[in-house]
Design a protein around this ligand. Structure first.
Ligand SMILES: Nc1nc2c(ncn2[C@@H]2O[C@H](COP(=O)(O)OP(=O)(O)OP(=O)(O)O)[C@@H](O)[C@H]2O)c(=O)[nH]1
Length: 288
């Protein structure tokens, strides 16, 4: 099934909560997820395959924005069910755009109304849900909060109810189809999204130059690519402090995720205009 919605509504948080593993990075900034990522949630009741997707957005004109929107809308092909995620109390143009794509796909769709913990007027929740119900024939509407872990089991139950029965495609201990190398790059990028201000995260990407499994540890060398020299100065920081802080937080996250000791080195390099250049995007793994 495909998880779809505008940026920042909590798609990755929902997938991680149901998979029970941080397969997809999360930050408070919109457009954190850039790739389609498979999350596998296996329980006694069954196995659910989630395609987490980049937030569907308007406005971004660079090649990377087109790639992200393609990755999201393409996820609706070849799945049995759509999960549209919205933020409680908000309905924007981009939510409508996501709903339109679901409509065009003809897929049955469950609506997850996330972040109900932030919904100020609790008494208005029911009328709000009614308004949402009027927008489309959703097979179910589930109010929930991924961070407070409320409504998760209701969501899991309704997903299982509306997915077709079949043989499990993955082993019970598999959580994603992505490699450790990919996840390592994502965890560095997560820190760039979290620690860098303003527009800078959107000019960065991460390439793993070296990844080796050694006795007692994984040795990883990552390149943070930026688009201008001035950006490199910010990523590195005074005396290298910013790069060290990014590296430290990413290493801790990797050790937790992989259950291994990690030796992580980070370099910062400039490649002008990489985010609007098809060849650079390919080189950095943005491949359909
Ligand atoms: N208050 C609250 N915050 C939430 C909830 N779920 C997610 N968030 C926060 O919302 C922000 C965005 O979450 P993500 O899971 O990255 O959202 P996304 O839809 O995958 O975002 P994109 O990558 O932009 O598409 C993060 O700061 C999350 O911690 C929730 O239930 N309640």
């Amino acid at each position: 099934m495909a998880v779809i919605g505008r940026p920042n509504v909590g798609k990755s948080s929902i997938v991680n909560a149901l998979v029970g593993f941080r397969v997809s990075i999360v930050s408070r900034r919109p457009q954190t997820t850039r790739h389609r990522i498979l999350g596998i949630a296996t329980s006694e009741q069954g196995q659910i395959l989630f395609a987490d997707t980049p937030g569907l957005h308007a406005g971004g004109k660079r090649a990377i924005n087109r790639y992200m929107n393609r990755a999201a809308s393409g996820a609706l092909l070849g799945v049995d069910l759509a999960l549209l995620v919205v933020e409680a109390g908000r309905w924007r143009e981009e939510d409508q755009r996501a709903l339109n794509l679901v409509r065009e796909s003809g897929l049955p769709c469950i609506l997850a109304v996330n972040k109900v913990d932030q919904f100020k007027q609790k008494a208005d929740l029911l009328p709000h849900l009614k308004e949402l119900a009027d927008k489309h024939g959703f097979v179910e509407i589930v109010p929930m909060s991924a961070t407070k872990r409320s409504g998760l089991s209701a969501l899991q139950t309704s997903l299982l109810k509306h997915l077709p029965q079949g043989e499990a495609l993955y082993e019970a201990d598999e959580v994603t189809d992505r490699s450790q190398r990919f996840l390592a790059a994502e965890l560095v990028r997560e820190q760039l999204m979290r620690q860098l201000g303003d527009e800078l995260p959107y000019s960065t990407t991460v390439e793993i130059e070296h990844f080796s499994d050694e006795v007692g540890m994984l040795r990883i060398s990552a390149v943070v690519w930026v688009e201008r020299d001035g950006q490199k100065a910010i990523v590195v920081g005074a005396g290298g402090a910013q790069a060290r802080s990014i590296g430290r937080a990413a290493r801790i996250a990797m050790e937790k995720l992989f259950g291994r000791k990690i030796f992580l080195q980070i370099w910062c390099k400039v490649r002008e205009n990489w985010s609007d250049d098809e060849a650079s995007l390919k080189k950095f793994g943005y491949v359909d």
